[in-house]
Design a protein around this ligand. Structure first.
Ligand code: UAG
Ligand code: ATP
Ligand code: API
Ligand code: MG
Length: 488
């Protein structure tokens, strides 16, 4: 694509460049630049992309997008906000792929990964070709691609959407984090359906206040198409049991469909019954009431299922197909995942890393636990510090044997994180800084009928200590500890 053709999409007011080289790729990382690239300088949280512009030119960049003056031998186009410019340019460069996809975005503090996976599975069951973007990975059909972020930067996103369109994907479900909404990573994504799961405390390191966090999530609904196009209607699927939905309802021009258990909503779950092997409930929709049977447990999964049902119904998937798909649905990796190595007690690995999710998952376990509940839990470094004492409190309140340990300490001192956790409790709690030792301790202490919850890292196959990303998988560590116990 020619530089001038691409720049037509920017509508910026700075002097126009006269050169018109062919742009072979857009890059935001100088290390990825090739001959013919357009390099976009982004001022990041760690370094400033402008400092790598010279390097980009040396590697073959033929034009640069920048926010501040640079003296370079190639044309430099100045913009006020290069991250936003990147989103506009990436959308244009890849041929506006989201206009050709049925795109479902899911936001909320907890349940995004679960809900997007449920939507993907229902759509596949309906015979659709699917795309998926989120915390665990990106997918086209069965093909998987690694991710660095739950919601990647616009450049990565638009490239993936192009790949999806070229692979004839019908429906794409993606997680939309509050960071992505606030930083504009999803500018240019033409969502058809926006889903809200819930809002509870997390990410205050980034957002500072709950008001800012709530507002950031609300951007998904506020930016969801502002005209009534009956050919391509837009839908907001809102959790009526969460107070934030009232605000999102007002901020969107899209058609609103609500779901819930307590408040009167368009889609409701009634007569919920749960056992250790699954859940049944009556699904009440505006047209029909049907019986749902699922292997999933936990009230939170009823909410995630309702959210997925809402998204799929407005996407024209027949209710009967949805019901059938739900009956076949397995859990999501690292979400309430049972580790069974033949031990006489239950071991569950779960991604709960917020106060609300930890409380939900422990409440669910409490409902069924015959004997003691152990919880091995830590809190991530370089993340919301204020959730640490709250998670500690919840661990103590809902378990019999809380064991505090490290999650991903990142650049922080693991002991300092444990101390932050201990501020939330008055009791003496076992603290074992090494996560492997903590898991082993729990497994050695557990007796027949007990439940051991290993919380916080779920599907993660690494532990970040300092700058090191070390292989670590709670499920593997638990399995090995069980085996060692058996071998004794
Ligand atoms: C705080 C934050 O969001 N950081 C994101 C940000 O990184 P950054 O600002 O540190 O980037 P940087 O290293 O300063 O680099 C600035 C620019 O210089 C460029 N550069 C850098 C080095 C070089 O040699 N050459 C070069 O050109 C970089 O490519 C970049 O364009 O931009 C990166 C690229 O888009 C992101 O991967 C990164 O996410 C990091 C990994 C992160 O941890 N983000 C978290 C907070 C986050 O976004 N989380 C949400 C999920 C939350 C949830 O699920 O609950 C998410 O959506 O992932
Ligand atoms: N609807 C829900 N409400 C509260 N807790 C939930 C809900 N769904 C899942 N959880 C809990 O939160 C954990 C994370 O779930 P999930 O990965 O689906 O959320 P997420 O929003 O994608 O998280 P992240 O922000 O890290 O991407 C689960 O392991 C479970 O303990
Ligand atoms: N998306 C979340 C994941 C947290 C997972 C937990 N294991 C941690 O490292 O804190 C975050 O980046 O805050
Ligand atoms: Mg997720």
């Amino acid at each position: 694509m020619k530089l001038q053709t691409l720049l037509q999409h920017l509508h910026n007011f700075t002097p126009r460049v006269t050169e018109n080289p062919t742009i072979t790729s857009i890059e935001m990382d100088s290390r990825e630049v090739k001959q013919g690239s357009l390099f976009v300088c982004i001022k990041g949280f760690t370094v400033d992309g402008h400092d790598f512009a010279e390097q980009a030119v040396a590697r073959g960049a033929v034009a640069i997008i920048a926010e501040r003056p640079l003296t370079l031998p190639v044309p430099v186009i100045y913009v006020n906000d290069s991250r936003r410019a990147l989103a506009v340019l990436a959308d244009a460069f890849y041929g506006q792929p989201t206009h050709q996809l049925h795109l479902i975005g899911v936001t909320g503090t907890n349940g995004k990964t679960s809900t997007t996976h449920f939507i993907e599975r229902i759509c596949r069951h309906a015979g659709k070709k699917t795309g998926l973007i989120g915390t665990i990975n990106m997918k086209i059909g069965d093909e998987t691609y690694d991710v660095n972020n739950t919601t990647p930067e616009s450049l990565v996103l638009q490239k993936m959407f192009r790949k999806m369109v070229d692979a004839d994907v019908d429906v794409a479900a993606m997680e939309v984090s509050s960071h992505a909404l606030h930083m504009g990573r999803v500018h240019g994504c033409d969502f058809d359906v926006a889903v809200f799961t819930n809002l509870t405390q997390d990410h205050l390191d980034y957002h500072q206040t709950m008001d800012h966090y709530r507002w950031s999530k609300g951007l998904l609904f506020a930016q969801l198409g502002n005209r009534f196009d009956h050919q391509r209607p837009k839908f907001a699927i809102l959790n009526a049991d969460d107070a934030a939905s009232e605000e999102y309802k007002k901020s969107t021009a899209a058609h609103v469909v609500t779901y819930g258990i307590h408040q009167k909503s368009d889609i409701m779950a009634k007569n919920i019954e749960m056992t250790t092997s699954g859940t049944t409930f009556q699904l009440v929709t505006p047209t029909e009431t049907v019986q749902i049977k699922t292997k999933l447990i936990g009230m939170f999964n009823v909410y995630n299922t309702l959210a997925a049902v809402g998204a799929c119904l407005v996407s024209n998937i027949p209710l009967a197909t949805i019901v059938e798909a739900i009956a076949h649905m397995e859990g999501v990796p690292g979400r309430f995942e049972v580790v069974d190595a033949g031990q006489p007690f239950t071991v569950i690995v779960d991604y709960a890393h917020t106060p609300d999710s930890l409380e939900n998952v422990l409440q669910t376990i409490r409902q069924f636990a015959k004997k003691r509940v152990f919880v091995v839990v830590g809190c991530g470094g370089d993340r919301d510090r204020t959730k640490r004492p709250l998670m500690a409190q919840i661990a103590v309140q809902y378990s019999d044997v809380p064991i505090f340990t490290s999650d991903n300490p990142r650049s922080e001192d693991p002991m300092a994180i444990l101390n932050d956790m201990k501020q939330g409790v008055t009791e003496d709690v076992v603290c074992i800084v090494d996560r492997k030792e903590a898991i082993t301790y729990a497994i050695e202490q557990a007796e027949e009928g007990d439940v051991v919850l290993i919380a916080g890292k779920g599907h993660e196959t690494y532990q970040i200590i300092g700058k090191d990303v070390l292989y670590f998988d709670d499920r593997v560590v638990a399995r090995e500890a069980i085996q060692r116990r058996k071998d004794k």
